[in-house]
Design a binder for this molecule. Structure first.
Ligand SMILES: [Mn+2]
Length: 377
């Protein structure tokens, strides 16, 4: 029987018959501020689309999301639908960036989508039968975004994506030059799953073994539950991985742990990548994921921390992974995942504006006098 063979899944569309156009972001929305009917194709945050690195460069784009609809490496299906869920979780956005940057972040009074040019770069090609081959295509796409001078944000997809994302960061910034801040309930540094060495439980080990990211530049936050295995814990300690378990958060508080994590991040690598597994949040806030782990972070404590990281550290890329909309009946997970990315971009915008002091809040919305920086009562 004849089949569909070879690399046809990554064969690219022939654009020779397309209308000629100057490179740059392409606006798909029809209406400027209509909250429920933007009238175009549901891109992430209703952002314009870029199809090529030339589009990114011509548009001087600061941030580009790229979907990576891969779920073969979780052992459970569902996260392949994560990018699409994150792209349609914005129903409550009042007009979105097409409305002229009306979205002002309350805590810091910054308009992130006016400060930064953001686009949707579409999806990376995925071979639905081969996660490892899919990684090659994700790596290529993330690399071309970063090479264009744009910060890539990968929408997962499962956490095996940390491997091609980390590879791409090392390709652009140099092996050993990039650190990873890794929010997760799980350590993801196992040797194998059922003999497979590239899964959503192994990317930390993949990146270290392949020499892309040094162990000492891995900072993990939120680990809990029943693992790691003792031999894996020992391997992680030997690699110099800085693992901040939930036990440490419970003993010392999240704020204190994040102070340590930021100090480690600033003391180490020149460039930082944030790997955010949605299961670092408590299942109350993120039920739609394959490996939910009770006892996690609340959104109210996580949002400011992600914002801080991006404001205070040199973040050059991010991924948000493991969103599984099939188990997300209230859109809770997609909505909170979207907000995590919005907080990160707000932090990036704060950094561009020079608002990098720790715990920065705008005095007008944080109960302080706008002139004196003090409470007035
Ligand atoms: Mn993970």
């Amino acid at each position: 029987m004849a089949g569909i063979s070879g690399d046809v899944w990554r064969a690219e569309y022939d654009r020779s018959g397309d209308p000629k156009r100057e490179p740059g972001p392409i606006e798909l929305n029809r209406y400027l501020a209509n909250p429920v009917a933007p009238g175009g194709i549901p891109t992430f945050m209703r952002w314009p689309v870029c199809l090529t690195p030339e589009d990114l460069k011509a548009g001087e784009v600061d941030v580009a999301v790229i979907g990576a609809p891969l779920d073969l490496a979780t052992g459970q299906r569902g996260t392949a639908f994560g990018p699409q869920a994150l792209r349609t979780a914005d129903r409550y956005i009042p007009g979105g960036p097409a409305a002229g940057g009306v979205m002002t972040h309350t805590h810091v009074v910054v308009k992130p989508f006016e400060v930064l040019k953001c686009v949707d770069y579409g999806d990376a090609g995925i071979d639905p039968f081969d996660p490892v081959a899919s990684h090659e295509e994700v790596r290529k796409r993330v690399r071309e975004i970063a090479e264009a001078g744009t910060i890539p944000i990968t929408l997962g997809g499962d956490h095996s994506l940390m491997r091609p994302d980390g590879q791409a960061m090392a390709d652009v910034y140099g092996k050993g030059k990039v650190g990873i801040i890794h929010f997760d309930a799980h350590y993801d540094a196992g040797t194998n799953h059922f003999g497979h060495t590239i899964t959503h439980g192994t990317p930390v080990r993949n990146l270290i073994d392949e020499g892309h990211i040094p162990g000492k530049n891995f900072i993990q936050i939120g680990l809990r539950g029943w693992i790691p295995f003792e031999d894996d814990m020992e391997w992680m300690r030997n690699q110099g991985i800085k693992s901040h378990y939930m036990a440490e958060v419970e003993r010392d508080g999240f704020d204190k742990v994040m102070e340590r994590a930021i100090a480690e991040a600033l003391d180490g690598p020149e460039y930082l990548f944030i790997s955010f597994d949605i299961d670092s949040l408590d299942p109350a806030y993120a039920p739609g994921t394959g490996t939910p782990e009770p006892g996690g972070f609340t959104t109210r404590e996580m949002f400011p921390m992600v914002r801080r990281l991006c404001a205070e550290c040199n973040v050059v890329g991010m991924e948000l992974v493991e969103v599984g909309p099939g188990w997300d009946p209230g859109y809770t997970t997609a909505l909170n995942g979207l907000r995590i990315i919005q907080e990160a971009i707000t932090g990036l915008a704060m950094r561009k504006l020079g608002l990098t002091e720790p715990h920065y809040l705008d005095p007008r919305t944080s109960g302080q006098d706008p002139v004196e920086g003090q409470r007035t009562d």
